[in-house]
Design a binder for this molecule. Sequence first.
Ligand code: SAM
Length: 254
Amino acid sequence: MPSVEENLNQWSNHEWSSGGDEWSVGYGGTEAMWTWTIRPRIGPFLPADHILEIAPGFGRATQYLAPSCNRLTAVDLTQRCIDACKKRFADLDHIEYHVNDGLSLDMVQDDSVDFVFSWDSLIHVEEDVIRGYLAQLAKKLVPGGTGFLHHSNMAAYRGADGELTIENKHWRATSMSAEKFRQFCREAGLRCLVQELIPWGGVDYTDCFSVFRRESPGLLRRKPRVIENSDFFTHVQKRQATEIREITRAYREV
Ligand SMILES: C[S@@+](CC[C@H](N)C(=O)[O-])C[C@H]1O[C@@H](n2cnc3c(N)ncnc32)[C@H](O)[C@@H]1O
């Protein structure tokens, strides 16, 4: 059960040897991760006037979000991460930075966010944090504004006794699931539109990408579409990494 305090401790003391790029190796690098994995999923919501990124770390995705908006607000629990982003993006004047307590989005103006994004971070936060963020996002988003959050689905793997039935290999939050995300959206007055369940390594759907929208008059009242993408990791590792590493290298070397 990673708590807010454990996250703060983990990310304050993480080595950050390559500023987060160390986690992109399997994708064929960070640019490949953005181009092949993230951009195809969030492309329909970009550009956006005001983007809120929750938990940017050292700015691995921020560098690609920044050119897609007029204003970017970066909120992270860890001072060290916000300091690194400030340094990295010092020449950009449309980014605002905040260190939070891992729970509050009070620093973000209501009705101001067109797109909220989080990648590879909220998988480590428990249901109380996700529920709290969604309740606040229902006010921070403009009506019709959209969100994409990457979160844990480990709670889907609990037996009748409440114990996990699979090994928690990657420090996933054990209380969070795709089903709970839909419930928290309903409670908050947000509409969950798409959920993509993915296996992180292995075969079990430990992670989920959820897309949601603040209700607005005239929006179609569609049921959430839940996709089980069992090929996610194979696809990333075998196809994308090989193409990007080997094929594009051949072109670069001309
Ligand atoms: C694994 S790093 C990923 C950073 C970045 N998204 C990336 O993909 O490189 C996790 C990040 O989540 C942040 N974090 C963890 N819990 C948080 C919370 N409750 N609210 C905001 N940020 C949080 C950490 O401080 C850290 O920057």
